[in-house]
Design a protein around this ligand. Structure first.
Ligand code: ARG
Length: 434
């Protein structure tokens, strides 16, 4: 139940949205300040100029470092050159690792079984930072550079709209309908530097992985050219000797690599390096976007692929069968919400509560072998293990009483046997169908 005060605030903010829209329709609204999520890339650089010219707005840019391994200082310099009123560079790498990637590890988050949601996870954090700056600066508009075809628009719009009801959300790229070539041409007329990479691919990265889109990759049947990848070597060029890596977990999250304790961010970067040099972490799949489109997606997520594989394996050692099977359903729902822009939906918090409780015993270590692009779990151990080699042993007498199995099977298969004997006797089995 919402309290009266909350209802009043809610009504007020709903009202504000209506008013804003009205004013906008009449063309009388002069938005004072806009906060723009700025990556330094093509779309958002063009946006600075566009907002200044078309909206006559003061543009405040925010670049959030989520470990994309791009030059944040260069982005700041570029923004200033383009005449922004103010620029914020925010180092959110630790927060991203601890509060966004770690929950994803606990949830074994792989969208459609393949994609570690490296882009999706960063969006709610960037949105949160935008709102913080907008409140500090008294900005009325929140701007992002997402297109109308992708997932990111959904993530930004929903998170921004939830965290800052009443502020206007503006997505010019969705409206202006420029092709990428037209955008590049526009950028040139405005003196915006366009990198060679930007001409070829559209790239988005966080410390959890790198997404590569556009260009040659749009033909789903074209193998990704080698220059699409930066964090992983081509498997055929990886060392001829396998490398093993041991990851220690405590209560569901990684705490050490090869016996060395590390803070969340350092640990992920270290695994990125180790897996990347062995060509592990390349992903190429057909993905269902939120807006219904199918797209061909290419990623390199070396640390994610290794850590998720290890975590899943350890869970199976310490959880009961009932927990393992039920959690697979919870995990699927969790990754769907996180992918589909619903990070701030209460259902995600509900699932987090379950997942966090489920992780209490997920402590132990997993060893994996990395070799020329492949990875394989080769060992695991845990003080909380439910696997007992003495119980499962075929060669020695154990406390597992095999005689009990006969009775167990008798009851376990009771209904199955009944059904089949009825069928055999030619009687129609009862079904729910009319
Ligand atoms: N398909 C992925 C997602 O929606 C990656 C998007 C990457 N964006 C980009 N501009 N390359 O999470």
């Amino acid at each position: 139940m919402l309290s009266n005060k909350k209802v009043a605030t809610f009504k007020n903010s709903a009202l504000k949205v209506c008013e804003t829209n009205l004013h906008k329709k009449r063309g009388t609204l002069m938005l004072e300040k806009f906060v723009l999520a700025y990556s330094g890339g093509l779309d958002t650089s063009v946006l600075i100029k566009y907002l200044q010219e078309k909206y006559n707005a003061q543009v405040i840019t925010v670049t959030v470092d989520v470990g994309q391994q791009e030059d944040i200082a260069a982005a700041e310099e570029k923004a200033k050159k383009l005449g922004v009123t103010k620029h914020y560079s925010i180092d959110a790498k630790e927060e991203f690792a601890k509060d966004y990637i770690f929950p994803a590890i606990k949830a074994n988050a792989l969208y459609e079984g393949k994609y570690p949601i490296s882009t999706a996870l960063s969006r709610p954090l960037i949105a949160k930072k935008m709102v913080e700056i907008a409140e500090k600066e008294g900005a009325t508009g929140l701007v992002h550079g997402c297109t109308g075809r992708g997932n990111d628009q959904v993530r930004f719009d929903i998170t921004l709209g939830s965290l800052a009801p009443g502020k206007q959300i503006i997505a010019p790229v969705r409206e202006w309908g420029l092709t990428r070539e037209e955008e590049i041409a526009y950028a040139k007329t405005k003196g915006i530097h366009v990198s060679e990479a930007a001409k070829k691919y559209s790239i988005d990265a966080s410390v959890w992985g790198r997404a590569i889109e556009c260009g040659l990759l749009e033909d789903a049947n074209n193998a990704p050219p080698d220059d699409a990848y930066e964090w992983t070597v081509a498997p055929e060029k990886a060392p001829d000797k396998p490398e093993t890596i041991t990851i220690q977990f405590e209560a569901g999250v990684p705490v050490a690599v090869n016996g060395k304790e590390m803070a969340p961010l350092d640990l992920i970067m270290e695994v990125n390096k180790i897996a990347g040099r062995n060509g592990v972490g390349r992903i190429d799949h057909i993905e269902d976007r939120i807006v219904g489109l199918k797209s061909r997606e290419v990623y390199e997520c070396p640390a994610a692929v290794v850590i998720l594989e290890a975590h899943k394996d350890l869970e199976k050692m310490v959880m009961t069968r009932h927990e393992v099977l039920f959690k697979q359903q919870v995990d699927a729902q969790w990754v769907f919400l996180a992918y589909a822009g619903l990070w701030v939906d209460p259902l995600k918090d509900d699932l987090d509560a379950f997942i966090n409780r489920s992780q209490e015993n997920v402590t132990g270590e997993v060893t994996l072998k990395l070799y020329k692009g492949s990875l394989q779990v080769v060992g695991r151990q845990s003080p909380m293990s439910l696997y007992d080699k003495n119980l499962a042993n075929y060669n020695i007498k154990t406390s597992f009483n095999q005689a009990y199995s006969k009775g167990f099977i008798e009851l376990w298969g009771l209904q199955t046997r009944m059904y089949n004997s009825l069928k055999k006797a030619g009687e129609k089995p009862k079904t729910n169908k009319p």
